[in-house]
Design a protein around this ligand. Structure first.
Ligand SMILES: *[C@@H]1O[C@H](CO)[C@@H](O)[C@H](O)[C@H]1NC(C)=O
Ligand SMILES: *[C@@H]1O[C@H](CO)[C@@H](O)[C@H](O)[C@H]1NC(C)=O
Ligand SMILES: *[C@@H]1O[C@H](CO)[C@@H](O)[C@H](O)[C@H]1NC(C)=O
Ligand SMILES: *[C@@H]1O[C@H](CO)[C@@H](O)[C@H](O)[C@H]1NC(C)=O
Ligand SMILES: *[C@@H]1O[C@H](CO)[C@@H](O)[C@H](O)[C@H]1NC(C)=O
Ligand SMILES: *[C@@H]1O[C@H](CO)[C@@H](O)[C@H](O)[C@H]1NC(C)=O
Length: 627
């Protein structure tokens, strides 16, 4: 529940304000605008995607800033890179849909900051939404992204601002490892909004608020505040207030909804309204959830702040100001801010190797220039052409740039070692297929269909049993490898991880030794007689090693004839022709022993099979080449 609370004063000592550190982007605007607060810039320097739009004419606002917006119909994620330094910022995003697309369909989408979800933006046709966060920058940029979360609902943004919190004592009790979402910021007893700088040195927006049962009051004309808290609430916010009806009445302020079980940070401001208070006493208890956290008294010429950090297990928050017995004036409230802590922020980024690899991609292909910001975070909101692990740090496991109109040569992205699937089909990629693809340690599928690759398929790929590749539709690619299918062996390896296979191999080896002994009698008679030996790279009709496994398995699972039995000669023939024998397709054979002892180490098994395969090639081909 309530954690702790502190009452404090601070000398009003506003440091020279570094105006140039403010960043404001008038999203969707074609020109920058100079205001008293500084220059509102155009999007160009901060983001590469999106289109500039205007709200429809019947939605025009007097604040010109709101009449333009940037919409993002193409990519699922669109990121602004805001230059930053290691300090805290107020960051604010404003959204006014204003029916810019004449569809009357205000979209819902996500707002993200540095790989964390900030907010789900549910825009409306008429309402101006603003979201503000206190965020501590960790790097030299802050990435603010707009992410599509619903089909055909395209994110947009009207303005984006970053305002440094130059006084490190401000909001000092907010944990800097979290982001703090401004949930409520009320200016009691006021008539109008305070719209940031220059009225507020921190550029905050203060909403006028009146509560029934309370009385409006404002400070004597000419009141000067000599003491203010480090948060520097604007004078115009704290020199008017609402107070209870009389000195025995309490003030009860309710806020909701409040995010369940989140840390809530409250900053409440109190000011004496009149010089008369010097002879009177205004004193009251500050209660949250019926528990007194502090006693407040007001002094003329001073603004007092109370902060409290609370955690609520209900979705509402009630603050009460109850007069003490000695109070001769009613309780009063000038202004209040309520912030909700974010979920824990991600502490890592996508693996640096993968970031480097993606950078290579993006800098190579014009079509990818718009991709920026965190590729894999937040989890489940990766760039649309990537698949990532949810691990820490996230790794990129798949790339699908099918149909992205990429042309030119593939860059070296071999540092992306976690890749399992690569789909670059339906582009115009040319040149040789790079060797490194076959050396990616986890690559399973490689789709290079419908490109303009030429030359030969690197042996790192064609000889790699782990990789299933597809190279259809590359007219200049050496045809000799085109139809090679590695699938059969892959199935054999991944499904048939059983001791049975080892037994088979032993049996087969034994058989081969036996066969060698019988070579004189068993001349090769298959249709491939005279063809180049398999070992010299002719396109095999079927992977001989896998066929061997399948056939031998069948033998093993039956009552076994002795190795020198009449079965032997037919084994030497091409298996496709071998209809006298009970040839069992590899997949069937594997189905039989799928459920057996799957505890072999894959690499060990691969080695054994590879070794066997080489032997088998030698043994099987040598008699043929001699014939
Ligand atoms: C206080 O001021 C607000 C804003 O002008 C007004 O809406 C409200 O009715 C006033 N309340 C009282 C009690 O006068
Ligand atoms: C304060 O000044 C305003 C105009 O600036 C005037 O209307 C109001 O009556 C003054 N109030 C007092 C208490 O002098
Ligand atoms: C103070 O105001 C409350 C209502 O706001 C009322 O019930 C109570 O009687 C008042 N007390 C005095 C002493 O006027
Ligand atoms: C890649 O994306 C295309 C369509 O965008 C889809 O048809 C294809 O199946 C995807 N490839 C993989 C490997 O998921
Ligand atoms: C590729 O180009 C075609 C034709 O210009 C276009 O229709 C398609 O949208 C482009 N694809 C991408 C992903 O840009
Ligand atoms: C790729 O191109 C082929 C041939 O033009 C076409 O049949 C296939 O649908 C395309 N695939 C994708 C994902 O665009």
């Amino acid at each position: 529940m309530e954690k702790w609370v502190l009452l404090y004063f601070a000398l009003f000592n506003l440091k020279a304000f570094a105006q140039d550190t403010w960043l404001g982007i008038d999203c969707g605007s074609a020109t920058s605008t100079t205001t008293i607060g500084g220059v509102w810039q155009t999007d160009g320097a901060f983001i590469k995607t999106g289109t500039n739009q205007f709200v429809s004419s019947d939605n025009f606002q007097t604040l010109a800033l709101l009449n333009t917006l940037r919409a993002f119909p193409m990519q699922n994620k669109n990121c602004y890179a805001l230059p930053a330094r290691a300090t805290r910022y107020f960051i604010r995003a404003i959204f006014l849909y204003g029916n810019y697309d004449n569809l009357l369909k205000p979209p819902t989408f996500d707002l993200e900051i540095d790989g964390n979800k900030w907010m789900t933006v549910v825009s409306s046709s008429t309402e101006i939404l603003h979201y503000e966060i206190i965020y501590t920058s960790t790097g030299d940029t802050i990435s603010v992204c707009l992410a599509r979360t619903q089909a055909n609902q395209f994110p947009f943004i009207s303005s984006l601002e970053a305002w440094p919190i130059f006084d490190s004592n401000a909001y000092i009790h907010m944990n800097r490892d979290l982001a703090w979402l401004n949930t409520y910021r009320y200016n009691y007893g006021a008539n109008d909004w305070i719209l940031g700088y220059p009225l507020d040195t921190y550029n905050r927006l203060w909403e006028p608020m009146a509560q029934s049962g309370l009385l409006n009051t404002s400070a004597d004309n000419g009141t000067i505040l000599t003491t203010k808290p480090y948060e520097y609430p604007p004078d115009s916010a704290v020199l008017d207030a609402m107070e209870a009806q009389n000195a025995t009445d309490s003030i009860s302020l309710s806020f909701g909804p409040i995010k369940l079980n989140s840390l809530i940070y409250i900053e409440a401001y109190f000011t004496a309204m009149s010089l008369d208070e010097v002879t009177e006493t205004r004193e009251f208890g500050f209660y949250v959830g019926n528990k007194q956290l502090a006693t407040v008294f007001t002094e003329y010429g001073k603004c007092t702040a109370i902060w409290a950090l609370v955690q609520r297990s209900s979705s509402s928050l009630t603050i009460e100001l109850r007069p003490t017995k000695i109070s001769t004036l009613p309780p009063i409230i000038s202004a209040i801010e309520v912030y909700t802590a974010s979920d824990p922020l991600v502490t890592t980024r996508t693996s640096q190797n993968d970031l480097d690899g993606l950078e290579v991609f993006i800098s190579t292909f014009q079509q990818l220039k718009g991709w920026s910001g965190e590729p894999c975070l937040p989890t489940n909101m990766a760039w649309q052409w990537l698949g990532c692990t949810g691990s820490d740090p996230p790794r990129v496991t798949s790339i699908n740039l099918s149909g992205y109109n990429l042309s030119g040569f593939l860059p070296d992205f071999s540092q992306m070692q976690a890749l399992e699937n690569i789909d670059l089909s339906n582009n115009s990629l040319g040149g040789q297929i790079p060797e490194f693809l076959g050396n990616l340690p986890y690559l399973k599928t490689l789709n290079l269909q419908y490109n303009d690759f030429s030359g030969r398929i690197p042996s790192s790929i064609s000889n790699n049993k782990r990789i299933t590749y597809n190279i259809e539709g590359n007219t200049n690619l050496d045809a000799s490898h085109k139809n090679k299918s590695t699938t059969a062996l892959i199935i054999g390896l991944s499904v048939g991880l059983s001791l049975v296979i080892i037994l088979i191999l032993v049996a087969l080896t034994y058989w081969l030794i036996q066969k060698r002994a019988h070579q004189g009698q068993n001349q090769a008679t298959g249709p491939e007689s005279g063809a180049p030996p398999v070992a010299q790279g002719s396109p095999p009709k079927m992977n001989s090693a896998s066929v061997s496994i399948g056939a031998s398995t069948e033998q093993l699972l039956r009552p076994q004839p002795p190795p020198s039995a009449p079965m032997e000669p037919s084994m030497e023939e091409d298996f496709e022709q071998n209809s006298d024998e009970d040839y069992v397709p590899v997949s069937d054979a594997n189905q039989i022993h799928q459920s057996m002892v799957p505890e072999m180490d894959l690499e060990e098994l691969e080695d054994i099979i590879k070794q066997h395969e080489n032997n088998a090639h030698d043994d099987l081909s040598s008699p043929k080449s001699r014939s």
